[in-house]
Design a protein around this ligand. Structure first.
Ligand SMILES: [Mn+2]
Length: 358
């Protein structure tokens, strides 16, 4: 018989609006008393952290504004997983909104190029005369690659959330909550969350250009990436995902709608389960089985017919991905067992023979 190990009753005073049992449950999960209310019912205005608490936010905003004013060529270097894809798209949309005309997104091929910047890519950027490189979901450890870019007069901005290496690259500036020199108080943002903080910073600087609608409609991708990257759903992430789910349930992105339909999800009921087990795996399947560019193309597509074709493509790649991970075998067994039960129930057959041919 199971024995329950119940923590001792807390003697600290409970916030007036919480019942003793809820207070005790949160306490047992190490939620600080000050965070209990926002944990249970996040509030966008109350729980958002000031973007300019990032120590280099001002420098980065200025550099991006200047680069766009000079009509220089910007390249976004992302990653092939859901966070890398979503952060590349959000940054591209922000730069377009700010008036940038020359933006490219570069995502490495998972098998042929691997994670992060590599020397071949850097040589390509130099040859293509890129004038500003912005890395998202990577770049924090690319010492040699960023040094070569700098040597060639190309500055690099890093927007990342990977841990600080022993030696930092010579980037122009960086937003990374994990850097020891970083003063931003919340450490668990994914890269898409970091790009979202940049959107909020530009909104604070110019609320007419980056309006409230642009900021709020960006939250669907923040929710997807935060859940897909398995970030802790505490503090600011809890607020971003909570509001992000509401946005996702009404998303205006044609590609995302096509993906939701292809995944047989009722859009109005999307929650973190649907992101983690249905949406994110399809986005990740592109980078795992072919190239993450297909996921970018789908999520940025404006035409529904094309979006449907791309969504079907990702759905097919997910099947291949399942197959490569052995899930196909388990799925087949489960489907056979369900079929056997149906045959027994409807035909009254006691013995049902079946076989799997491999
Ligand atoms: Mn990430």
């Amino acid at each position: 018989m199971a024995t329950w190990d119940i923590k001792k009753k807390s003697t600290q005073p409970e916030p007036a609006t919480l019942s003793q049992i809820i207070f005790q449950l949160l306490k047992n999960r190490d939620i600080p008393e000050a965070d209990m209310l926002s944990f249970l019912s996040p509030s966008y205005d109350r729980d958002s952290v000031d973007s300019f608490l990032f120590s280099q936010m001002h420098i980065i905003c200025e550099k991006i504004t200047e680069t766009i004013k000079e009509k220089q060529h910007i390249v976004i270097h992302g990653d092939y997983d859901a966070d890398g894809v979503c952060s590349s798209i959000l940054l591209c949309e922000l730069l377009q909104k700010l008036g940038a005309e020359q933006i490219d997104i570069f995502l490495p091929h998972r098998d042929k190029e691997g994670y992060g910047l590599n020397m071949n890519t850097v040589h390509q950027f130099i040859e293509q005369k890129k004038e500003l490189v912005i890395t998202v979901d990577c770049g924090s450890t690319s010492v040699e690659e960023i040094a070569l870019l700098k040597q060639q007069g190309i500055p690099t901005i890093v927007l990342d959330h990977h841990h600080e290496p022993e030696k930092l690259p010579e980037f122009y500036a960086a937003l990374n909550p994990h850097f020891s020199s970083e003063s931003y108080p919340f450490k668990h943002l994914c890269s898409t969350g970091v790009v979202f903080k940049l959107i909020q910073a530009f909104r604070k600087k110019d609320p007419k250009l980056i309006d409230e609608a642009f900021e709020k409609w960006s939250l669907d991708l923040v929710a997807i990436a935060t859940v897909a990257d398995c970030m802790e759903l505490v503090g600011e992430n809890r607020t971003l995902v909570s509001y992000g789910l509401t946005v996702l349930q009404k998303t205006q992105r044609i590609g995302l709608r096509a993906l939701i339909i292809e995944s047989a999800i009722v859009q109005e009921s999307i929650d973190t389960y649907h992101i983690g087990f249905m949406i994110a795996p399809r986005i990740n399947a592109a980078g795992r089985m072919e190239h993450a560019n297909t996921a970018i193309a789908l999520l940025m597509e404006k035409d529904f017919i094309t979006a449907q074709q791309l969504a079907k493509e990702l759905h097919g790649l997910l099947g291949l991905s399942d197959l490569s991970q052995g899930n196909w075998f388990l799925n087949t067994i489960v489907r056979l067992l369900l079929l056997e039960q149906v045959l027994k129930d409807t035909l009254g057959q006691e013995e049902v023979s079946h076989s799997i041919i491999l």
